[in-house]
Design a binder for this molecule. Structure first.
Ligand code: ATR
Length: 273
């Protein structure tokens, strides 16, 4: 029986994961199936159990099940423990389930694709929700100095409390946003509604690289704002999406897929939609 993999979410029909993992499987000559599964909002657990029973070997988890997935794991990676959420589940040979969070790792991999060195650079992370929390440890491990700014300051301070033992991380109020920063990452959901986080333009200098975790056919509102203010480069989250998938694939299959061609193919697909 062919090894099965899937992404669980609700909604899920928009997911690019089956396409990405299909490309990875072809390229690495791995024989597997990867599908999108719409789990009922109130019954993710039994849906997942059935999947394991029917030869499921690994799963990606997306909104709104990442925290539930975290609670269902027998073992957790350090990234998942600190993120408090899981996007990758692996059924181990002893029947236990391991949880990883590869979102932040995918982000860092994509930053490295775009800038040669991250070590010692100062990054402004906008937002303090799930997406931000999943990124902080990998950013710190990459040697970045992380400043978190969130509309609701207390949430940024909570993240700082969690991550202080792991590196140079602080919360900055709007008055403390004195730039420019080397890198600015937008993890807020503001781009979804075409908004931009309320931050002063001085955070952007001629060498600032801006990164929006969201991706879209057109320039995101945040990236458009950043380029207008003279940022050297503005990147959207498509590379992060492919990057997190590559880390999941590597965990499941023990082989590392090549991401550049996949990002290019996906970009072409999005632009033709
Ligand atoms: P996710 O899992 O995508 O991170 P989330 O946990 O709901 O989603 O977090 C959303 C983040 O986007 C929060 O940091 C939120 O700020 P608050 O904590 O103040 O709510 C931020 N956010 C959403 N819309 C925003 C906007 N228009 N401007 C600034 N920040 C915004």
């Amino acid at each position: 029986m062919t090894d099965r993999y899937a992404v669980f979410g609700n909604p899920i029909s928009h997911s690019k994961s089956p396409l990405i993992h299909g490309i990875f499987a072809n390229e690495t000559q791995q024989v597997l199936e990867y599908e999108a599964i719409l789990a009922p909002k109130d019954d993710f657990e039994s849906c997942l159990k059935l999947f394991w029973f029917e030869n499921g070997k690994g799963a990606n988890v997306t909104v709104p099940f990442k925290e539930q997935a975290f609670n269902l794991c027998d073992e957790l990676s350090e990234e998942a423990k600190l993120a408090g959420s899981v996007n990758t589940l692996t059924l181990l040979t002893n029947g236990k389930v391991r949880g990883d969070n590869t979102d932040g790792l995918g982000l860092v991999a994509d930053l490295i694709r775009n800038i040669s060195s991250l070590e010692g650079k100062r990054v402004l992370l906008l937002g303090a929700g799930g997406a931000a929390r999943g990124s902080v440890l990998p950013l710190l491990k990459a040697g970045l100095k992380v400043c978190i700014h969130n509309r609701t300051q207390e949430k940024a301070e909570k993240l700082v409390e969690i991550f202080t033992p792991f590196g140079d991380v602080k919360a900055l109020s709007i008055a403390e946003l004195i730039g420019p920063f080397d890198i600015i990452i937008n993890s807020t959901s503001s781009s979804l509604s075409g908004d931009i986080p309320a931050i002063p333009s001085c955070v952007i200098g001629a060498d600032t690289l801006c990164y929006d975790m969201m991706y879209s056919k057109e320039l995101t509102s945040f990236n458009s704002w950043a380029l207008d203010l003279g940022a050297i480069k503005a990147i959207d989250g498509l590379g992060m999406l492919v990057g997190q998938a590559a880390k999941s694939f590597e965990l499941w299959r023990g082989v590392t897929p090549e991401v550049d061609t996949t990002i290019k193919l996906l970009r072409e697909k999005i632009e033709s939609e």
